[in-house]
Design a protein around this ligand. Structure first.
Ligand code: ADP
Ligand code: MG
Length: 399
């Protein structure tokens, strides 16, 4: 995949109708936005378009209405918040690319901003229906994709619309592609990747690709146990993907053949059950990773492993981290994740964190400002690391 894509600065937008796909999929509770981070993150692109005198038409999905007009998933609350942040009115369309959108888009003046309704109100959106893509394209002269979090999806508003309009990246997508593209194409070495988290099956597939690129691969969190099982250890009641044990054996052999250092937990914090509530009290002990009792589950990496992983991360020049080392939501089980976050924060390497929970962990634990780049896309950043082509980026014009 070519990472050298045109951005909004490489195309004339003054006086043009610009359709900009944002990621306004904000968390809400009782009809109120609980975090406006994603709206704030989109401001640089929107402000640039306003300053250039474009007629700005924004669109996004929110939640999973699956083609139904669910009022609780209306983007109206986003328009209100965006209007406060921009200090100017944001015109709210009553539909996605229907009559109301067309009428309002036709009346826009240079520098005006309007927002379409939730793109997933239309069934065709997630099927990349060309009818919806065409309808969206007819509203505008130029397409800007600034929704990295949705770039791994081939939907009408993320990729399909680019079949009918000149398409470029916004600042968010540009930054993601520049930093992650460089880390993958031409990393400063040693290049260390740290994987963890709970989505074991999803993430195991990344490993094959990463082994082609990294000098050291560190595996912790819920993913580690399938590897430990592949080494013949008993992993008790820990997260395990039994179907992937052979795959893990292959990956260990591949790492050895390629001279890639593969680090697995050498000790493990175990408990008899998963904490409930997740941040409630939990009885733990630390055992060597090859001595996990049959009735216990591993919930964090042990102290020796923390030191081992931190040391490897500290010596790196590029570190890519995806997935917490343990159940970090629980203070007793957050120590492994804290140790890794601290190691990244202390290192002068290029540090990239992807994955919703990993990003949340960095923020909650106070390390975010010491990380080079926290990706705005969980699934998208993972697919990027896997070397897969992201439809929302592949569709943009090459430089
Ligand atoms: P991300 O969102 O960063 O991609 P995931 O969603 O894959 O990460 O995984 C995050 C979750 O993994 C967290 O909620 C954490 O509690 C859980 N987790 C980490 N280690 C373990 C473990 N050993 N057992 C069970 N869950 C774990
Ligand atoms: Mg997650």
């Amino acid at each position: 995949m070519n990472y050298n894509k045109k951005s909004i600065e490489d195309i004339e937008v003054a006086g043009k109708r610009v359709l900009c796909r944002c990621d306004f999929n904000v968390p809400t509770k009782d009809g109120k936005i609980t975090s406006d981070k994603r709206i704030v993150a989109a401001l640089p692109t929107i402000q640039y378009l306003i300053d250039q005198g474009a007629k700005v038409i924004l669109c996004s999905h929110m939640g999973k209405p699956k083609g139904e007009w669910k009022p609780e998933l209306s983007l109206k609350i986003v328009a209100d918040r965006l209007s406060e942040l921009l200090g100017k009115p944001v015109i709210m369309a009553a539909d996605v690319a229907g009559e109301d959108s067309k009428a309002k888009a036709a009346k826009l003046n240079n520098g005006d901003v309007m927002l379409l309704e939730n793109t997933r109100y239309i069934k065709g959106e997630t099927k990349n229906d060309p009818e919806l893509a065409k309808a969206l394209a007819q509203l505008a002269d130029v397409f800007v994709n600034d929704a990295f979090g949705a770039a791994h999806r081939a939907h009408s508003s993320t990729a399909g619309v680019a079949d009918y309009l000149p398409a470029v990246s916004g600042y968010l997508v540009q930054k993601e592609v520049a930093i992650m593209g460089k880390a993958l194409a031409n990393p400063e070495r040693p290049f260390v990747s740290i994987l963890g988290g709970a989505k074991v099956s999803d993430k195991l597939n990344v490993i094959n690709n990463l082994l082609e690129k990294v000098d050291t691969l560190i595996i912790g969190g819920g993913m580690a146990y399938t590897f430990l099982a592949a080494k013949g250890y008993n992993v008790g009641t820990s997260l395990l993907d039994a179907e992937k044990i052979d795959y893990c054996k292959e990956m260990m052999a591949k790492a050895e053949a390629k001279g890639v250092q593969l680090l697995l937990p050498i000790d493990t914090v175990v408990s008899s059950s998963f904490p409930s509530p997740i941040d409630g009290p939990v009885d733990v002990e630390t055992v060597p990773s090859n001595q996990i009792p049959a009735d216990k589950m591993g919930l964090d990496i042990g102290e020796k492993t923390r030191a081992l992983f931190a040391e490897a991360a500290k010596n790196a020049k590029t570190v890519v981290w995806n997935g917490p080392m343990g159940v970090f939501e629980n203070p007793t089980l957050a120590k492994g994740t804290i140790a890794v976050a601290q190691a990244l924060a202390d290192s002068d390497a290029v540090t990239i964190v992807g994955g919703g929970d990993s990003a949340a962990a960095c923020e909650q634990l106070g390390f975010a400002s010491h990380i080079t780049h926290i990706s705005t896309g969980g699934g998208a950043s993972l697919e990027f690391l896997e070397g897969l082509e992201l439809p929302g980026i592949a569709c943009l014009q090459d430089k």
